[in-house]
Design a protein around this ligand. Structure first.
Ligand code: DLL
Length: 434
């Protein structure tokens, strides 16, 4: 099933032409309306009129996360704020998050792109969809909500309430489709098992999961333990939110909505373009967004593109499931986090050294986060004992404000964390088996 057959199964030549036309409109829009892009192109003497093909696009500079951070809050918007009807944002601590804005047309586009995601997984107006993504600045909740309504399904906006409530809702409201992170699906499965609730006694048939990395093993486990068919979908706030790429029933890669996003794969070291089939960093150029268009945005996600035909009939290329990151970003329960954000919090607390280790684990599908921090040598034992709880509380409350889980903070003696040969600490130890 396709939501928008005309565009999802367009011939390659027509699609390329459409992409180029839309790209030119976008370049005009950003050059006229976004000071950042005007300056970027002028400095490099780039005449946007010369960008006439997808090959030409490679002449343009990249946009990075840093560029977007610097534009906080609204400097990258390409329309006046009165035309913006919705804001979402990436997660942020004391550092600046990235704020993205949508016009009415953008919301309409986004809704139909996520409707493609649902339809590709054969979710219809007959389905009862329980959305367990957060409904707030994060794009997951609202992104799926509007699309699920659009296809006429019954929508249960459960948000990320605790698992016990989710299970009651799931049973009593007769949920047929679960939407959320794959980790949360495993957590629900574990709790069902603990309570002796057999998945067959539920109406659950399908699940759509994304927003964090997962593996075929995790998929098998979710499918086995929840008795559902589980689909992957990919998105990123800066580019749109969910709705960038999605699996069809073939489950052999995620179709990229190429009529809205031009993909590239680059070598993250040399920044040189790589061909289809080669593994590298995913880069997207948005070609229909009005509020927050992006040119050659480096996602930091590592993947590979298959251009061959898909048995589902879609002509949209497929990206392999994301296999890693080019940077040190970690995703905990669907929330993105950089070790530097933890460092910022630690630096604010007196008496501890900015030597820390982040240890990630997963218990019954729930991510755990432990932060081991070295206390300062200057602290006396008395100080240390008195301050111990204060430190822990301060760190925990800072981190709790943007993470959905409470980290375990462990204070350790100075110079006890393992340093590698260069004296540098390995900051993140990820023991989660995905
Ligand atoms: O996670 C948008 C989204 C919401 C996608 C709901 C799917 C479902 P961010 O919070 O900006 O946006 O995080 C984006 O999450 O760069 C990837 O590293 C990671 N990611 C998203 N989807 C997947 C996936 C949303 N299916 C970052 N597999 C991206 C692996 C994923 N990683």
């Amino acid at each position: 099933m396709m939501y928008n057959r005309e565009f999802e199964s367009m011939g390659r030549d027509d699609l390329t032409q459409l992409q180029v036309e839309r790209l030119q409109l976008t370049l005009n829009r950003v050059y006229r309306n976004v000071a950042f892009y005007k300056q970027l192109f002028d400095e490099r003497s780039i005449n946007i009129e010369d960008i006439r093909s997808l090959e030409d696009l490679k002449k343009l500079p990249f946009t990075t996360r840093e560029d977007l951070r610097r534009s906080y809050p609204y400097d990258m918007f390409a329309v006046p704020l009165r035309d913006i009807v919705r804001i979402h944002s990436t997660s942020g601590t004391t550092g600046k998050p990235i704020i993205v804005g949508y016009t009415k047309t953008d919301i309409h586009t986004w809704t139909s792109l996520v409707a493609r995601v649902l339809t590709a997984a054969e979710i219809t107006d007959q389905d009862f969809i329980q959305i367990t993504f957060n409904y707030h600045l994060f794009t997951g909740g609202f992104g799926f909500h509007y699309a699920a309504e659009k296809i006429g399904a019954l929508v249960i906006p459960a948000s990320n309430s605790d698992v016990a409530k989710q299970i009651i809702v799931m049973k009593d409201f007769k949920t047929s489709t679960l939407i959320g992170t794959p980790g949360f699906a495993l957590h629900i499965a574990a709790v069902l098992q603990d309570r002796g609730i057999h998945p067959e006694s539920l109406n659950l048939r399908k699940g759509l999961f994304g927003s964090e990395p997962w593996s075929q093993n995790m998929r098998n486990e979710i499918e086995k333990n929840l008795h559902i068919k589980a689909y992957d979908n990919y998105g990123i706030t800066e580019v749109m939110g969910p709705g960038v790429a999605f699996e069809c029933t073939e489950q052999n890669g995620l179709h990229i909505n190429e009529d809205h996003f031009i993909w590239e794969i680059i070598d993250p070291e040399t920044l040189e373009p790589l061909g289809p089939g080669e593994t590298g960093e995913l880069v997207f150029t948005t070609i229909t967004k009005q509020g927050f268009p992006l040119i050659r945005y480096r996602t930091g996600d590592i993947s590979r593109i298959h251009t061959g035909p898909c048995a589902c009939g879609r002509t949209l290329v497929r990206m392999e499931r994301v296999s890693g990151r080019t940077d040190d970003m970690i995703i905990i329960e669907g929330t993105n986090l950089f070790p530097s954000q933890i460092e910022e919090v630690l630096l604010e607390v007196e008496g501890i050294e900015p030597h820390y280790e982040i240890i990630l684990g997963r218990e019954e599908g729930v991510d755990t986060l432990e932060i081991r921090v070295e206390v300062s040598e200057k602290l006396s034992l008395v100080d240390e004992i008195r301050n111990l709880q204060v430190f822990k509380n301060t760190i925990q409350s800072h981190l709790k404000s943007f993470l959905d889980i409470v980290p375990i903070v462990t204070l350790v003696e100075p110079k006890t964390l393992t340093r590698s040969s260069g004296g540098k600490l390995k900051r993140v130890i990820d023991n989660r088996q995905i």
